[in-house]
Design a protein around this ligand. Structure first.
Ligand SMILES: NC(=O)c1ccc[n+]([C@@H]2O[C@H](COP(=O)([O-])OP(=O)(O)OC[C@H]3O[C@@H](n4cnc5c(N)ncnc54)[C@H](OP(=O)(O)O)[C@@H]3O)[C@@H](O)[C@H]2O)c1
Length: 321
Protein backbone atom coordinates (compact mmCIF):
# COMPACT_ATOMS: atom_id res chain seq x y z
CA UNK A 1 0.00 0.00 0.00
CA UNK A 2 1.23 3.46 -0.82
CA UNK A 3 0.23 6.43 1.24
CA UNK A 4 1.63 9.87 1.75
CA UNK A 5 3.61 8.83 4.83
CA UNK A 6 5.88 6.97 2.45
CA UNK A 7 6.49 10.01 0.26
CA UNK A 8 10.16 10.38 1.22
CA UNK A 9 10.97 6.73 0.77
CA UNK A 10 9.21 6.74 -2.57
CA UNK A 11 11.28 9.72 -3.70
CA UNK A 12 14.39 7.66 -3.02
CA UNK A 13 13.01 4.62 -4.82
CA UNK A 14 12.05 6.64 -7.86
CA UNK A 15 15.45 8.26 -8.32
CA UNK A 16 17.13 4.87 -8.58
CA UNK A 17 15.16 3.31 -11.39
CA UNK A 18 17.78 1.69 -13.56
CA UNK A 19 17.85 1.38 -17.32
CA UNK A 20 19.21 -2.03 -18.29
CA UNK A 21 18.52 -1.87 -21.97
CA UNK A 22 17.92 1.03 -24.30
CA UNK A 23 14.24 2.03 -24.37
CA UNK A 24 13.27 -1.17 -22.54
CA UNK A 25 11.98 -2.00 -19.08
CA UNK A 26 14.29 -0.83 -16.32
CA UNK A 27 14.88 -2.58 -13.00
CA UNK A 28 14.04 -1.05 -9.59
CA UNK A 29 16.52 -1.20 -6.72
CA UNK A 30 15.90 0.25 -3.30
CA UNK A 31 18.98 1.72 -1.69
CA UNK A 32 19.00 4.62 0.71
CA UNK A 33 22.65 5.48 1.26
CA UNK A 34 25.71 5.59 -1.02
CA UNK A 35 24.66 6.22 -4.61
CA UNK A 36 25.87 3.54 -7.01
CA UNK A 37 27.09 4.50 -10.51
CA UNK A 38 23.76 3.20 -11.83
CA UNK A 39 21.89 5.51 -9.46
CA UNK A 40 23.94 8.45 -10.68
CA UNK A 41 23.08 7.50 -14.25
CA UNK A 42 19.39 7.44 -13.35
CA UNK A 43 19.66 10.85 -11.73
CA UNK A 44 21.21 12.33 -14.88
CA UNK A 45 18.08 11.24 -16.72
CA UNK A 46 15.81 13.24 -14.40
CA UNK A 47 13.59 15.72 -16.26
CA UNK A 48 13.02 15.89 -19.99
CA UNK A 49 15.79 14.83 -22.35
CA UNK A 50 15.51 17.37 -25.16
CA UNK A 51 18.18 15.60 -27.23
CA UNK A 52 16.11 12.43 -27.40
CA UNK A 53 12.74 14.12 -26.90
CA UNK A 54 11.81 11.71 -24.11
CA UNK A 55 11.33 11.42 -20.36
CA UNK A 56 12.07 8.41 -18.18
CA UNK A 57 8.88 7.43 -16.38
CA UNK A 58 8.76 6.04 -12.84
CA UNK A 59 7.70 2.73 -14.45
CA UNK A 60 11.12 2.50 -16.07
CA UNK A 61 9.93 3.14 -19.62
CA UNK A 62 10.86 6.11 -21.79
CA UNK A 63 8.00 8.23 -23.06
CA UNK A 64 8.26 10.77 -25.90
CA UNK A 65 7.43 14.30 -24.70
CA UNK A 66 5.59 15.48 -27.83
CA UNK A 67 2.96 13.51 -29.69
CA UNK A 68 -0.31 13.42 -31.55
CA UNK A 69 -3.78 13.67 -29.98
CA UNK A 70 -6.67 11.95 -31.77
CA UNK A 71 -9.82 13.23 -30.10
CA UNK A 72 -12.65 14.06 -32.59
CA UNK A 73 -10.81 12.31 -35.44
CA UNK A 74 -12.72 9.75 -37.47
CA UNK A 75 -11.09 6.34 -38.00
CA UNK A 76 -9.96 7.47 -41.47
CA UNK A 77 -8.54 10.75 -40.15
CA UNK A 78 -6.87 8.98 -37.23
CA UNK A 79 -5.20 6.47 -39.57
CA UNK A 80 -3.87 9.23 -41.76
CA UNK A 81 -2.79 11.53 -38.90
CA UNK A 82 -1.04 8.71 -37.03
CA UNK A 83 0.75 7.63 -40.21
CA UNK A 84 1.82 11.23 -40.95
CA UNK A 85 2.92 11.77 -37.34
CA UNK A 86 5.11 8.66 -37.38
CA UNK A 87 6.45 9.62 -40.81
CA UNK A 88 7.60 13.01 -39.58
CA UNK A 89 9.30 11.52 -36.51
CA UNK A 90 6.68 11.72 -33.75
CA UNK A 91 6.59 8.58 -31.65
CA UNK A 92 3.81 9.31 -29.15
CA UNK A 93 0.17 8.69 -30.04
CA UNK A 94 -2.68 9.50 -27.66
CA UNK A 95 -6.06 7.88 -28.14
CA UNK A 96 -8.92 6.55 -26.01
CA UNK A 97 -11.64 3.94 -26.21
CA UNK A 98 -14.11 6.82 -25.88
CA UNK A 99 -12.83 8.51 -29.09
CA UNK A 100 -13.97 5.52 -31.20
CA UNK A 101 -10.93 5.78 -33.44
CA UNK A 102 -8.65 3.10 -32.00
CA UNK A 103 -9.08 1.03 -35.15
CA UNK A 104 -7.86 3.93 -37.28
CA UNK A 105 -4.95 4.54 -34.89
CA UNK A 106 -3.98 0.86 -35.14
CA UNK A 107 -4.12 0.97 -38.93
CA UNK A 108 -1.93 4.08 -39.05
CA UNK A 109 0.67 2.39 -36.82
CA UNK A 110 0.53 -0.84 -38.85
CA UNK A 111 1.00 1.10 -42.11
CA UNK A 112 4.04 2.95 -40.74
CA UNK A 113 5.57 -0.30 -39.46
CA UNK A 114 4.91 -2.05 -42.78
CA UNK A 115 6.68 0.75 -44.65
CA UNK A 116 9.69 0.52 -42.32
CA UNK A 117 9.14 3.98 -40.85
CA UNK A 118 9.29 2.65 -37.30
CA UNK A 119 9.05 -0.51 -35.25
CA UNK A 120 6.33 -1.26 -32.72
CA UNK A 121 8.85 -0.86 -29.88
CA UNK A 122 9.63 2.68 -31.04
CA UNK A 123 6.01 3.85 -30.89
CA UNK A 124 4.50 4.86 -27.56
CA UNK A 125 0.74 4.30 -27.61
CA UNK A 126 -1.59 5.67 -24.94
CA UNK A 127 -5.23 4.71 -24.55
CA UNK A 128 -7.81 5.14 -21.80
CA UNK A 129 -10.42 3.03 -20.04
CA UNK A 130 -13.71 4.84 -20.59
CA UNK A 131 -16.25 5.43 -17.79
CA UNK A 132 -18.88 3.12 -19.31
CA UNK A 133 -16.31 0.30 -19.04
CA UNK A 134 -15.44 0.92 -15.39
CA UNK A 135 -17.35 -2.17 -14.21
CA UNK A 136 -15.70 -4.29 -16.95
CA UNK A 137 -12.25 -2.66 -17.11
CA UNK A 138 -10.32 -5.85 -17.91
CA UNK A 139 -12.59 -6.43 -20.90
CA UNK A 140 -12.30 -2.74 -21.88
CA UNK A 141 -8.51 -3.11 -22.01
CA UNK A 142 -8.90 -6.24 -24.18
CA UNK A 143 -11.27 -4.32 -26.48
CA UNK A 144 -8.68 -1.54 -26.88
CA UNK A 145 -5.94 -4.03 -27.70
CA UNK A 146 -8.19 -5.75 -30.25
CA UNK A 147 -9.17 -2.51 -32.00
CA UNK A 148 -5.65 -1.13 -31.92
CA UNK A 149 -4.43 -4.52 -33.17
CA UNK A 150 -1.61 -4.44 -30.61
CA UNK A 151 -0.29 -6.91 -28.03
CA UNK A 152 0.25 -4.18 -25.45
CA UNK A 153 -0.31 -0.46 -24.93
CA UNK A 154 2.50 1.60 -23.50
CA UNK A 155 0.29 3.65 -21.22
CA UNK A 156 -3.30 3.09 -20.16
CA UNK A 157 -5.15 5.79 -18.25
CA UNK A 158 -8.31 5.87 -16.20
CA UNK A 159 -10.11 8.43 -18.36
CA UNK A 160 -11.65 10.35 -15.46
CA UNK A 161 -12.51 9.83 -11.81
CA UNK A 162 -15.62 7.69 -11.32
CA UNK A 163 -17.32 5.45 -8.83
CA UNK A 164 -15.18 2.37 -9.54
CA UNK A 165 -11.68 3.88 -9.74
CA UNK A 166 -10.11 1.37 -7.39
CA UNK A 167 -11.45 -1.60 -9.36
CA UNK A 168 -10.28 -0.02 -12.62
CA UNK A 169 -6.85 0.63 -11.14
CA UNK A 170 -6.59 -2.99 -10.00
CA UNK A 171 -7.53 -4.14 -13.52
CA UNK A 172 -4.76 -1.92 -14.90
CA UNK A 173 -2.28 -3.40 -12.43
CA UNK A 174 -3.33 -6.90 -13.47
CA UNK A 175 -2.86 -5.89 -17.11
CA UNK A 176 0.68 -4.69 -16.29
CA UNK A 177 1.44 -8.06 -14.69
CA UNK A 178 0.05 -9.82 -17.79
CA UNK A 179 2.18 -7.67 -20.12
CA UNK A 180 -0.81 -6.00 -21.78
CA UNK A 181 -0.07 -2.55 -20.36
CA UNK A 182 3.38 -1.12 -19.63
CA UNK A 183 2.61 1.97 -17.55
CA UNK A 184 -0.47 3.16 -15.69
CA UNK A 185 -1.82 6.70 -15.64
CA UNK A 186 -4.80 8.73 -14.51
CA UNK A 187 -6.60 11.54 -16.26
CA UNK A 188 -8.66 14.45 -14.98
CA UNK A 189 -7.43 14.14 -11.39
CA UNK A 190 -6.68 17.69 -10.27
CA UNK A 191 -6.47 17.75 -6.45
CA UNK A 192 -3.97 16.34 -3.94
CA UNK A 193 -6.89 14.58 -2.20
CA UNK A 194 -7.72 12.72 -5.43
CA UNK A 195 -4.05 11.76 -5.86
CA UNK A 196 -3.79 10.60 -2.24
CA UNK A 197 -6.81 8.40 -2.73
CA UNK A 198 -5.25 6.69 -5.76
CA UNK A 199 -1.97 6.27 -3.87
CA UNK A 200 -3.83 4.69 -0.95
CA UNK A 201 -4.77 1.66 -3.05
CA UNK A 202 -2.10 1.61 -5.77
CA UNK A 203 0.59 -1.03 -5.64
CA UNK A 204 2.09 0.26 -8.89
CA UNK A 205 2.59 4.03 -8.99
CA UNK A 206 0.77 5.99 -11.65
CA UNK A 207 3.41 7.23 -14.09
CA UNK A 208 1.46 10.03 -15.77
CA UNK A 209 -1.42 12.39 -15.01
CA UNK A 210 -3.11 13.71 -18.15
CA UNK A 211 -5.10 16.90 -17.46
CA UNK A 212 -6.45 19.99 -19.15
CA UNK A 213 -3.43 22.27 -19.20
CA UNK A 214 -2.64 25.29 -21.35
CA UNK A 215 -1.39 28.86 -21.24
CA UNK A 216 -4.65 29.99 -19.56
CA UNK A 217 -4.78 27.12 -17.03
CA UNK A 218 -1.74 25.57 -15.38
CA UNK A 219 -1.26 22.42 -13.26
CA UNK A 220 1.87 23.75 -11.52
CA UNK A 221 0.81 22.99 -7.94
CA UNK A 222 -0.25 19.47 -8.82
CA UNK A 223 3.02 19.00 -10.70
CA UNK A 224 4.94 19.96 -7.52
CA UNK A 225 2.74 17.71 -5.40
CA UNK A 226 3.41 14.58 -7.45
CA UNK A 227 7.11 15.26 -8.10
CA UNK A 228 8.30 13.08 -5.17
CA UNK A 229 6.55 10.13 -6.82
CA UNK A 230 8.21 10.77 -10.19
CA UNK A 231 4.76 11.28 -11.77
CA UNK A 232 4.79 13.35 -14.97
CA UNK A 233 2.03 15.76 -16.04
CA UNK A 234 0.72 15.60 -19.61
CA UNK A 235 -1.33 18.40 -21.18
CA UNK A 236 -4.58 17.83 -22.99
CA UNK A 237 -5.93 20.86 -24.85
CA UNK A 238 -2.37 22.18 -25.23
CA UNK A 239 -3.82 24.89 -27.51
CA UNK A 240 -7.10 25.26 -25.60
CA UNK A 241 -8.94 22.70 -27.76
CA UNK A 242 -10.98 22.93 -30.94
CA UNK A 243 -12.95 26.17 -31.12
CA UNK A 244 -10.57 27.93 -28.71
CA UNK A 245 -7.19 27.73 -30.43
CA UNK A 246 -7.33 31.28 -31.82
CA UNK A 247 -7.40 32.65 -28.25
CA UNK A 248 -4.06 30.95 -27.68
CA UNK A 249 -2.51 31.55 -31.09
CA UNK A 250 -3.48 35.25 -31.19
CA UNK A 251 -2.46 36.00 -27.64
CA UNK A 252 -0.32 39.14 -27.90
CA UNK A 253 2.74 37.92 -25.96
CA UNK A 254 2.73 34.55 -27.74
CA UNK A 255 2.70 36.30 -31.13
CA UNK A 256 5.51 38.63 -30.04
CA UNK A 257 7.71 35.73 -28.89
CA UNK A 258 6.90 33.77 -32.07
CA UNK A 259 8.21 36.65 -34.14
CA UNK A 260 11.48 36.77 -32.20
CA UNK A 261 12.15 33.04 -32.81
CA UNK A 262 10.73 32.98 -36.34
CA UNK A 263 8.34 30.24 -35.21
CA UNK A 264 4.55 29.93 -35.16
CA UNK A 265 2.40 30.57 -32.09
CA UNK A 266 1.67 26.83 -31.98
CA UNK A 267 5.39 26.05 -31.78
CA UNK A 268 6.00 28.63 -29.04
CA UNK A 269 3.13 27.21 -26.98
CA UNK A 270 4.33 23.63 -27.39
CA UNK A 271 7.86 24.62 -26.44
CA UNK A 272 6.42 26.32 -23.32
CA UNK A 273 4.65 23.06 -22.39
CA UNK A 274 7.83 21.03 -22.77
CA UNK A 275 10.10 23.50 -20.98
CA UNK A 276 7.52 23.59 -18.15
CA UNK A 277 7.86 19.81 -17.79
CA UNK A 278 4.52 19.01 -19.42
CA UNK A 279 4.25 16.34 -22.14
CA UNK A 280 2.05 17.73 -24.96
CA UNK A 281 -0.26 15.89 -27.36
CA UNK A 282 -1.69 18.45 -29.82
CA UNK A 283 -4.57 17.04 -31.85
CA UNK A 284 -4.58 17.47 -35.61
CA UNK A 285 -5.87 16.04 -38.85
CA UNK A 286 -3.61 18.29 -40.90
CA UNK A 287 -0.22 16.78 -41.89
CA UNK A 288 1.38 20.23 -42.16
CA UNK A 289 0.27 21.11 -38.63
CA UNK A 290 1.57 17.76 -37.36
CA UNK A 291 4.99 18.44 -38.89
CA UNK A 292 4.97 21.96 -37.46
CA UNK A 293 4.10 20.63 -34.01
CA UNK A 294 7.10 18.31 -34.08
CA UNK A 295 9.52 20.97 -35.34
CA UNK A 296 10.18 22.46 -31.91
CA UNK A 297 13.59 21.08 -30.99
CA UNK A 298 15.76 23.67 -32.74
CA UNK A 299 15.11 26.61 -30.45
CA UNK A 300 14.70 27.39 -26.76
CA UNK A 301 12.64 29.90 -24.83
CA UNK A 302 14.64 32.07 -22.43
CA UNK A 303 13.70 32.20 -18.76
CA UNK A 304 12.34 35.70 -19.36
CA UNK A 305 10.09 34.41 -22.15
CA UNK A 306 8.95 31.51 -19.98
CA UNK A 307 8.08 34.00 -17.21
CA UNK A 308 6.16 36.16 -19.69
CA UNK A 309 4.15 33.16 -20.91
CA UNK A 310 3.57 31.97 -17.34
CA UNK A 311 2.08 35.39 -16.57
CA UNK A 312 -0.69 34.77 -19.16
CA UNK A 313 -2.29 32.22 -16.80
CA UNK A 314 -5.87 33.14 -15.81
CA UNK A 315 -6.63 29.88 -14.01
CA UNK A 316 -9.38 29.49 -16.62
CA UNK A 317 -10.47 26.05 -17.78
CA UNK A 318 -12.51 25.30 -20.88
CA UNK A 319 -13.99 22.06 -19.56
CA UNK A 320 -15.19 20.85 -16.18
CA UNK A 321 -14.99 17.07 -16.37
N1 LIG B 1 -7.97 12.93 -21.11
C1 LIG B 1 -8.93 13.72 -21.52
O1 LIG B 1 -9.98 13.86 -20.89
C2 LIG B 1 -8.73 14.48 -22.78
C3 LIG B 1 -9.62 15.52 -23.12
C4 LIG B 1 -9.40 16.20 -24.30
C5 LIG B 1 -8.33 15.87 -25.12
N2 LIG B 1 -7.49 14.85 -24.79
C6 LIG B 1 -6.35 14.47 -25.66
O2 LIG B 1 -5.58 15.65 -25.86
C7 LIG B 1 -5.43 15.86 -27.26
C8 LIG B 1 -5.28 17.33 -27.55
O3 LIG B 1 -6.48 18.03 -27.33
P1 LIG B 1 -7.40 18.53 -28.54
O4 LIG B 1 -6.97 17.85 -29.78
O5 LIG B 1 -8.77 18.38 -28.12
O6 LIG B 1 -7.06 20.09 -28.56
P2 LIG B 1 -5.75 20.93 -28.96
O7 LIG B 1 -4.62 20.02 -29.25
O8 LIG B 1 -5.57 21.99 -27.94
O9 LIG B 1 -6.23 21.64 -30.28
C9 LIG B 1 -6.53 20.94 -31.44
C10 LIG B 1 -6.85 21.97 -32.49
O10 LIG B 1 -5.63 22.64 -32.84
C11 LIG B 1 -5.50 22.66 -34.26
N3 LIG B 1 -4.05 22.61 -34.53
C12 LIG B 1 -3.20 21.60 -34.24
N4 LIG B 1 -1.96 21.94 -34.60
C13 LIG B 1 -2.03 23.18 -35.15
C14 LIG B 1 -1.07 24.04 -35.72
N5 LIG B 1 0.23 23.74 -35.77
N6 LIG B 1 -1.50 25.23 -36.22
C15 LIG B 1 -2.81 25.58 -36.16
N7 LIG B 1 -3.76 24.79 -35.62
C16 LIG B 1 -3.37 23.60 -35.12
C17 LIG B 1 -6.24 21.48 -34.76
O11 LIG B 1 -6.72 21.70 -36.07
P3 LIG B 1 -6.18 20.84 -37.34
O12 LIG B 1 -6.81 19.49 -37.22
O13 LIG B 1 -6.65 21.64 -38.48
O14 LIG B 1 -4.68 20.79 -37.23
C18 LIG B 1 -7.42 21.42 -33.77
O15 LIG B 1 -8.46 22.27 -34.18
C19 LIG B 1 -6.69 15.22 -27.85
O16 LIG B 1 -6.59 15.03 -29.24
C20 LIG B 1 -6.77 13.96 -27.04
O17 LIG B 1 -5.88 12.99 -27.52
C21 LIG B 1 -7.68 14.16 -23.63
Amino acid sequence: MLNKNYKKLLGIIITIVIPFCNGCKKEEVIQETTPTPIQEEAQVQEGFDFEKGTVLLNSGYEMPIIGLGTWTLSNEEAENSVYEALKCGMRLIDTARYYRCEEGVGKGIARAIKEGICTREEVFVTSKVMPSDYTRAAQGIEDSLRDLNLDYVDLMLIHQPGSHDEEVYKALEDAVKEGKVRSIGISNYYTPAQIDEVLSYATILPAVIQNENHIFFHNDELQEYVKPYGIILESWYPFGGRGHTSESFNQEKIMEIAKVHNKTSAQIILRWHLQSGYIAIPGSSNPLHIQENYDIFDFELSQEEMDQINAINENRRYENW
